[in-house]
Design a protein around this ligand. Structure first.
Ligand code: NAD
Length: 371
């Protein structure tokens, strides 16, 4: 099998801790041809760290010269569309970081361009690959939960605004915690339930703390960079322009309901949980616990999970390895993509509906966005 020529655009945190380690791991099937970052030091350091021959500061120059088969787009959210379109125009398949775009319209144009070019475009919704979410998907597919009629998730940091990059700036990131964390949980929940669709959304977003607080002690681990950062930018609270908290409720097309909250900063305990109530059993994540009955008794079930079922457990971002493998399988062997365009498009529309609902103070139909 011919090795795929791979390039990575941006040499920040997720490129160094997710994408590049994954491609290096699959050295038998891909060759890391080049990396690129506006910051030359970051590009050069990253190239040296991963033994990549070439580094660039201009994505277009790199694409024109290297003509990679597969490109990882790891720039800030506001550039995902532009850089993805560029990579597609040079004939590359693309893995683009999440959220794939800032609007449904932009995402639609990106997927249309990919289809026209005959190339794949995959959003980095990597938590689907985490053992707890894969387990929930398996349980649902095997009918263990019955019909899920209620879901709730919380992905909450008490204080954990990402302060190393441009996450807090509207133009660079499009939105705040909903784009950063909420997108993962919405994607995973709908996927677990068999790619359910959301019918309508009532949402609220806020930012009371991050614009005003100074000097609150927190850590990089809390703010999403457990392995450190690579291209730190200046952070000033005055520049904080996005939401630090989002919550809401969604009606799904199957009649079920999903409540959520997500925060970079809130005066509540940190939380990472998803719960689903089904007609046969409920499921608690990340615990991987099923709540059901056995005979006359209310019974809890906990699976035995062996190390082999936690692939890449030692990695900070294990999902990136499995996602890269799936995309390479797709390109090289025609295997079906795990994260499909129509699913990502729908999640993008749902996020946009939450923002519209928050702004207009009303329940928003997702069809208003999808058309
Ligand atoms: N899937 C996940 O689990 C996950 C985790 C963290 C971040 N992300 C996503 O990854 C993206 C980047 O996040 P990060 O934490 O690596 O940010 P970061 O700030 O560490 O890195 C961003 C890098 O992009 C570079 N850059 C900006 N414009 C560029 C351009 N035009 N060409 C080349 N390089 C450019 C910057 O110089 C910087 O080095 C974001 O979209 C974020 O949402 C995803």
């Amino acid at each position: 099998m011919k090795k795929l020529k791979v390039a990575v655009i941006s040499c920040g945190m997720i490129a160094n801790k997710g994408h590049l380690p994954a491609y290096r791991h699959y050295a038998d099937r891909c060759e890391l041809a080049a990396v690129c970052d506006l910051n030359p030091q970051a590009a050069q350091d990253t190239a040296e760290r991963f033994g990549v021959r070439k580094w660039y500061t201009d994505a277009e120059k790199m694409l024109a010269k290297e003509r990679p088969d597969l490109v990882s787009v790891c720039v800030p959210n506001g550039l995902h569309k532009e850089v993805t379109m560029l990579a597609l125009s040079y004939g590359a398949h693309v893995i683009c970081e999440k959220p794939i775009a800032l609007s449904y319209k932009d995402a639609r144009e990106m997927f249309d361009a990919a289809a026209k070019a005959g190339r794949s475009l995959t959003a980095c919704q990597v938590i689907r690959y985490y053992p707890e979410f894969s387990f929930a998907k398996e349980m649902h597919e095997q009918g263990m939960l019955g019909d899920v009629y209620y879901t709730e998730f919380s992905l909450v940091r008490r204080r954990g605004v990402p302060k190393w990059g441009a996450f807090h700036k509207k133009a660079a990131s499009g939105g705040g915690v909903l784009c950063d964390l909420g997108v993962h949980m919405i994607d995973a929940a709908l996927w677990i339930m068999g790619n359910q669709k959301v019918r309508s959304v009532t949402g609220m977003t806020s930012s009371y703390l991050s614009r005003t607080e100074d000097g609150i002690v927190t850590s990089l681990v809390e703010s999403g960079a457990p392995a450190g950062v690579f291209t730190r930018q200046e952070y000033r609270k005055e520049d904080f322009e996005v939401e630090e908290f989002a919550c809401g409720s969604m009606r799904l097309e199957n009649g079920s309901c999903m409540n959520f909250k997500t925060a970079w900063a809130v005066n509540l305990p940190g939380e990472y949980s998803m719960r689903m109530a089904g007609t046969k059993a409920g499921i608690l994540l990340p615990e991987m616990k099923l709540l059901g009955t056995m005979g006359r008794y209310q019974t809890d079930f906990e699976p035995k999970v062996f190390p082999g079922e936690r692939p890449f457990a030692g990695e900070v971002f294990p999902g990136h390895f499995l996602l890269a493998e799936n995309v390479m399988d797709h390109i090289q062997n025609g295997t079906e993509l795990m994260i499909r365009p129509e699913q990502t498009l729908h999640v993008t529309a749902v996020i946009e509906a939450v923002y519209r609902s928050a702004e207009e103070g009303r329940e928003v139909l997702v069809s208003e966005i999808e058309g």
